[in-house]
Design a protein around this ligand. Structure first.
Ligand SMILES: C[S@@+](CC[C@H](N)C(=O)[O-])C[C@H]1O[C@@H](n2cnc3c(N)ncnc32)[C@H](O)[C@@H]1O
Length: 208
């Protein structure tokens, strides 16, 4: 029997969805299931602002967003479709959504990514919740197997203690720290991010 994964996320459902969002979940979500030709993955996309940014910055790549919080999935679907006819907007046609725990999707070893983004992962700050942290050595090792040659994992967090904790996990994995400066990866995103007040710290990992 497979071992039960520890749950790394909070809620799956929030407040009741609008009729339009219910429609998008029922009819649009099934049309944009992940495909193994995708080259960029964002894990835990929240409301999906950065997935949309990735889609616009990389029009020739397929982007997968994974998020088990259905209200977040519904927000992304709402933002990537036309309010009048619910059709996917041209600039977001390269987005695919996995509406569940990304570890389920990654059981398929055919997924290989050039970039895997994880922005503001749940920090689970209480000691008794530490086991819920997604970015442990086991998960980082799983991600390492889904990287293309020279592929990168880009982690951003403003939770300094979690940042240090992840840094300490890296030597327990096949990964190494490639950079801690996002500019190495995406100048454009970095410059946009400068507008924010609390700039996250980044950790960019690569197979060693
Ligand atoms: C603190 S939120 C950050 C959301 C977004 N990235 C942002 O920066 O606004 C962390 C997100 O990770 C998601 N998450 C946690 N565990 C996950 C998993 N195993 N697979 C996919 N998403 C996960 C949660 O549902 C939550 O939406």
């Amino acid at each position: 029997m497979e071992k039960q994964e520890i749950r790394t996320f909070g809620r799956r459902h929030g407040k009741k969805l609008s009729q339009r969002k219910e429609y998008l979940i029922a009819h649009v979500l099934p049309q944009i299931a992940p495909t193994t030709n995708a080259k960029i993955l964002e894990i835990g996309f929240g409301a999906g602002e950065h997935v949309r940014q990735l889609a616009q910055d990389n029009p020739d790549a397929i982007i997968i967003g994974a998020e088990p919080f259905i209200n977040g999935v519904a927000s992304l679907l709402s933002a990537m479709t036309d309010e009048k006819d619910n059709a996917i907007l041209p600039e977001y046609k390269n987005i695919r959504i996995f509406a569940d725990d990304v570890r389920i999707m990654l059981k398929n070893s055919a997924f290989k990514f050039n970039e895997i983004w994880i922005l503001h992962p749940d920090p689970w700050p209480k000691a008794k919740h530490e086991k819920r942290r997604l970015l442990n050595a086991e998960f980082l090792t799983l991600l390492s197997r889904h990287l293309e040659k020279d592929g990168k994992i880009i982690i951003g967090t403003d939770h300094w203690e979690y940042y240090e904790w992840i840094t300490e996990r890296v030597p327990e994995t096949p990964l190494r720290i490639f950079a801690t400066n996002l500019e190495t990866i995406k100048t454009r995103y970095q410059s946009k991010n400068m507008a924010g007040t609390d700039a996250p710290k980044y950790l960019i990992l690569q197979n060693g």
